[in-house]
Write a protein that binds this ligand. Structure first.
Ligand code: NAI
Length: 249
């Protein structure tokens, strides 16, 4: 039987990359999926792809850096599909590349808002909806850069470390009530987030992954599905890298 049969899931940043693959995989596993993004065209393409595969999905535009829009997103899941069981808080941006002393303040504020505060705003709205139904599963998209530093990416690294801390804390608070909360730590994944990189920069990134290549968004989606399903019923508060060995060095 499909592992998410009868469940309702929300995916942020589902108009592209990892989020789109998570939405497709959730639907394949039987969930009704509320696809969300600021990119309406991308989100609607994801919904169409799910419909073409005979899954159930709907689109809701939400900017996750805005607390009211995160609350509206959780409400929309209940309005459209009747409940909320699963959430993948995935939306994120790459941010400015500059050493700490040269980082523009606005760039710092923006990446903290989109990559960290968003996860707080979304969980704050999702958890009460899940508790109404006796539990749920939340998977937050961190990064290997939730565990180690990366020169030039202070805001991104700080945000992703923050996501890991938020995940652990929410898990301590809500697991006993049936809401499991975990974080995923992808290595560098082939998505539009990495587009525009030249061949040398790309080769440099590949060299950081002992497996000898970058990851694929579908590979991350399989881990997210597992963490969202009853198959991982004893896993909570975990930070699970999926990184081709990046953190093993
Ligand atoms: P992507 O750029 O393909 O997709 C990100 C999606 O988030 C886009 O559709 C974008 O419109 C949406 N988004 C951006 N700002 C938003 C906002 N304020 N509100 C709602 N949606 C917004 O990127 P990718 O690679 O799929 O990234 C997804 C997540 O995975 C991000 O959190 C990223 O930090 C994380 N990640 C990505 C890695 C990679 O190498 N691609 C590695 C580790 C983590």
């Amino acid at each position: 039987m499909a592992s998410l049969s009868g469940k309702v899931a929300v995916v942020t940043g589902a108009g592209s990359g990892i989020g789109r693959e998570v939405a497709l995989a959730y639907a394949r596993e039987g969930a009704a999926v509320l696809v969300s993004d600021v990119n309406e065209a991308g989100g609607r393409e994801t919904v169409a792809a799910i419909a073409a595969a005979k899954g159930r999905a709907s689109f809701f535009r939400a900017d996750v850096s805005r607390t009211a829009e995160c609350a509206a997103l959780a409400d929309e899941a209940v309005r459209t599909f009747g409940r909320l069981d699963v959430a993948c808080n995935n939306a994120g941006i790459g941010g400015a590349i500059a050493p700490v002393a040269e980082q523009p303040i606005e760039a710092w504020d923006r990446i903290i808002a989109v990559n960290l505060s968003s996860v707080f705003y979304c969980m704050r709205a999702q958890i009460p909806r899940m508790l109404e139904r006796g539990g749920g599963a939340i998977v937050n998209m961190a990064s290997i850069l939730g565990a180690v530093g990366f020169p030039g990416s202070a805001g991104y690294v700080a945000a992703k470390h923050g996501v890991v801390g938020l995940t652990r804390t929410a898990a301590l608070e809500y697991s006993v009530q049936g809401v499991r909360v975990n974080a995923v730590g992808p290595g560098f994944i082939e998505t539009p987030l990495l587009a525009g990189m030249d061949a040398a920069a790309r080769a440099g990134l590949v060299a950081l992954h002992p497996i000898g290549r970058l990851g694929r968004p579908q590979e991350v989606a399989e881990l997210v599905v597992w963490l969202s399903s009853p198959a991982s019923s004893f896993v909570t508060g975990a930070y699970v890298p999926i990184d081709g060995g990046y953190l093993a060095r």
